[in-house]
Design a protein around this ligand. Sequence first.
Ligand code: ZN
Length: 126
Amino acid sequence: MPRPPNPHAKTKRLVLEGTIEEESVRIRAFKKICVADGLQMKKELLDLLDFWLKKHNWPPGNPQTLLHSFGVQTKITQQCQYPNCEEIATHECIPNSPYAQKKVFYCQKHHDHAKESRLLKASKRL
Ligand SMILES: [Zn+2]
């Protein structure tokens, strides 16, 4: 079992060792591509670390930073599920039928139509 990392250790090294063949293949491929493209492995790994640290909000660490700042898509872009409609859905709806318990996504027009026809148990805007 690998030793847990010690963030207070004096060494600045990060040792990456493939313990199974699949990991070793990936590490070798990484090295080969770096050599072929004239890239520095250290720089490539540090760039990946920057991305990872940003994703984990470190540093300076702002818990109020919105996820979309990191390129994470928070809003669902779903197509309307009404037959032959190609609009982007604006509402997530629960049909008013004991047989259909799944959520469906409707555009504004089909949401309004379903609501007027009392076909929806509940709906919320996306
Ligand atoms: Zn629609």
